[in-house]
Design a protein around this ligand. Sequence first.
Ligand SMILES: Cc1cc2nc3c(=O)[nH]c(=O)nc-3n(C[C@H](O)[C@H](O)[C@H](O)COP(=O)(O)OP(=O)(O)OC[C@H]3O[C@@H](n4cnc5c(N)ncnc54)[C@H](O)[C@@H]3O)c2cc1C
Length: 466
Amino acid sequence: MENSNTLKLEDGARIAVIGGGPAGSFFSNFVLMFADRLGLDIHVDIYEPRDFGVVGPPGCNMCAGIVSESLVQNMATEGINFPTTVVQRGIDSYVLYMDVGTVKIDSSRREKRIGATYRGSGPRDVKEVKWDSLDRYLMNLALEKGAQHIRTRITDVKWDADAETTPLENRRLVLKTQNGKTKTYDFVAVTAGVNTAILKAFQELNIGYQAPQTTKAYIREYYLGDQAIGEFIGPSFHAFLPTMPNIEFGAIVPKGEYVTLALLGEDIDTATVDAFMADPTVKECMPPGFAFDKIACWCGPRINITGSAQPYGDRVVFIGDSGVTRLYKDGMGAAYRAAKAAASNVVFHGIARDDLAKQYGAFCRAMETDNKLGKFMFAVVRQIQRFRFSRRAILRMAMEEQKRPPTAHGGMSMVLWDMFTGSAPYREVFIRTLHPVFWTRLAWNMAVCLVTRAETPAATRTALET
Ligand SMILES: Cc1cc2nc3c(=O)[nH]c(=O)nc-3n(C[C@H](O)[C@H](O)[C@H](O)COP(=O)(O)OP(=O)(O)OC[C@H]3O[C@@H](n4cnc5c(N)ncnc54)[C@H](O)[C@@H]3O)c2cc1C
């Protein structure tokens, strides 16, 4: 120990990682890599009860499974290219559905690509597993680096000495597993997501941690088969901006022979999902007469709406959803960036609360600031959705852009693509909306749609598609 608020990771240190989702696997990977660079010998245990080889919710971390363009690029810089057994489909375009019409936007014009993956081994009713779980793939990368996987759940955490009277260098964290065993660690990374009870135990440790605020989202899988996927869905991300009060956004994404439906908003319940499925724009996207009650799999996971105010404490850090993540989109990309920042902080700067506050704390504050901008932008989208003429203007502007060569600011098409897929920070997207050409075109389209007669949705749709 160097002074009262600094503590370095030492040779032979034992690190526990609670949760083997993306945040846990990325952190394990980076902490072992950075320690190796420093010639530090550390031991990493990943606690993860799930078997990602099991189909349905028990083997799955409940998410739409879109791997953002920035995550694909970041992984590539580490020399990791996702295998085709993990990335189900490359998505190179999106179709935006609104009550006033539909527009297809080809993102390959700007060389933007994202991938669709399964976090587990696929939907509950799957007959033959033809793909690999993303989470299992990421965890295997960490295991190859030397991490150990312990297949059990952590149920409690305590200090091994009185925190009031014992200096930090003389006390460690003791984790208790579901089978009652305990183990002592020099450092703990909590990467357990938000669909877990363990965060409460860390709040009760009085280290200044408060779990993030969350709301209920919804995911459903449908079997379509290769032919129907090719005919109706294609390699496209289908995005919906319905005018329903508690839905911010809906998406239908192709994966193998299935599609995943994801709904984000506030406390989405079954009635909201049913209303969404009955929406004509949703029916338009799927094969005619499709039986929406033939659900292959579903879940109602929680999703962050705010991050933790202090996602670190003495000898502990909270990464990914358990700490601070990106609002609504690119949670896995955010987990990657946070895991790298945390691992670098732990190895190179220290493991006391004040050590973590500097580098990792600054990283989390920057992400929360970006999320505030994201919230503002979603609020603007909500206002736009209130008026039929402004909805038509957005659609018209995106449609017009498809006829022209791509511009530096990307226009409405790329603003929407980045907001839906999380391929760029909200700040970057916001700055692009301040470009004079963007504003001029938006104002022009607003004016045109204000003075021209609103066509019927079907007529508008046809006009926009031809
Ligand atoms: C509806 C919805 C759609 C989404 N779509 C996308 C998307 O398309 N793309 C994207 O990038 N992000 C998406 N996200 C966000 C993404 O799911 C998360 O940001 C991401 O999974 C966070 O990773 P994580 O490792 O922090 O947590 P998780 O993925 O939740 O992993 C936590 C792990 O910890 C384990 N665990 C929990 N408790 C314990 C315990 N007590 N002991 C041991 N292990 C434990 C769990 O089993 C789990 O494996 C979506 C989220 C929702 C809700």
